[in-house]
Write a protein that binds this ligand. Structure first.
Ligand code: XMP
Length: 319
């Protein structure tokens, strides 16, 4: 019989077997369930020699940094916060290809973590890779093709792996199993129910050239999508919900004036593990409220659309 308590104990034993000395460990935390559970397992094994690090890459959702830091503090995981927004965004500006953006972000993350590993003299680096991350990156069991290169899988360069031992204690778990462990460890509800969020953040929700303007629109619109779903009791029922911004424009009317505004696409999906997904059949009045709030509060947007294709054939994120 599969019991979460037994499985948790097994994960701790496995991690202890991989730790050969009493060196310091760094763990990258994002506030997501995967990295939070990884950090809690790490805390059990490394005690105070575990340093949680939160990198603000400037691609976070509105208010995310503050809420993540306070949730982590409640769990005794006071993170070291690295303010790196400008470092990431200046390298991303103008980059059209999404895989290239993932590569840049992965590279910048590795550099930042390497700097911290160096400074702290750490011997270990923990990350919250899960099973679907590995499969979708073509990592194991002969997965035929790479769907998307999740930057936290294999994305760490050889020089980084030479410097520290990389540990991935939840690499064989699916999201629902990670959530069960999170509940066992009393992770606050606001973190357990939080939607999965890709490591490269809002950068994978911008189609075409990456610009600060589109980033700003994407951030504001996503906040509205989440707020409206929360207010109507849908947030906890869906897997992910967000806004996407591309280059296409739609003519808008404001009074007598015509203007070209951005098209924002809303994506809300239901899923068990992210491997397949169905678009959420939200009531029209909820979609209507999302649309009105976006066009009313973001002047650069003149059309809101809803994505009605499931995975497959589409992926969840636009790129
Ligand atoms: P897709 O878009 O491939 O997404 O259907 C499946 C799940 O993976 C998340 N995702 C990512 N997570 N780095 C991540 O850490 C990434 O580059 C990345 N791309 C997609 C996505 O949010 C969904 O939950």
């Amino acid at each position: 019989e599969w019991r979460v308590e037994n499985y948790y104990r097994y994960l701790l034993d496995e991690l202890r077997r991989e730790v050969v000395d009493d060196g310091v460990a760094v763990v990258g935390v994002s506030g997501g369930i995967d990295s939070t559970v990884t950090a809690l397992i790490g805390r059990k094994v490394f005690g105070e020699k575990l340093i949680p690090v939160f990198v603000d890459h400037g691609l976070l959702r509105e208010g995310e940094r503050e809420s993540v830091v306070s949730s982590l503090e409640k769990l005794g995981l006071n993170p070291l916060v690295v303010d790196a927004g400008e470092r990431f965004i200046s390298r991303l500006e103008g980059v059209v290809d999404c895989e290239e953006r993932r590569r840049v972000i992965g590279e910048e993350f590795a550099k930042i973590f390497a700097e911290i590993v160096e400074k702290e003299g750490a011997r270990y680096f923990l990350q919250g890779t899960t099973y679907p991350d590995i499969i979708e990156s073509g990592g194991i069991r002969g997965a035929a093709s790479v769907i998307k290169s999740h930057h936290n899988v294999g994305g760490l360069p050889e020089w980084f792996r030479d410097r520290v031992k990389v540990l991935e204690p939840i690499r064989y778990l699916y999201k629902d199993e990670v959530r069960e462990i999170a509940r066992l460890l009393n992770v606050p509800w606001e973190l357990v129910e939080r939607h999965p969020y890709p490591g490269p953040g809002l950068a994978v929700r911008i189609i075409g050239s990456f610009t600060r303007k589109k980033l700003e629109i994407c951030r504001k619109a996503s906040r509205i999508v989440e707020d409206v779903l929360r207010e109507h009791g849908f947030y906890g029922k869906v897997w992910q919900a967000f806004a996407v911004v591309g280059d296409d424009k739609w003519v808008g009317v404001k009074g007598d004036a015509r203007s070209h505004g951005y098209i924002v696409t809303i994506r809300v999906v239901e899923s068990v593990d992210g491997m397949t997904a169905d678009y959420s059949r939200l009531p029209y009045d909820v979609l209507d409220e999302i649309s009105r709030r976006i066009t009313n509060s973001i002047p650069d947007v003149s059309m809101v659309t809803y994505a009605v294709t499931s995975k497959p054939p589409s992926t969840i994120e636009p790129c």
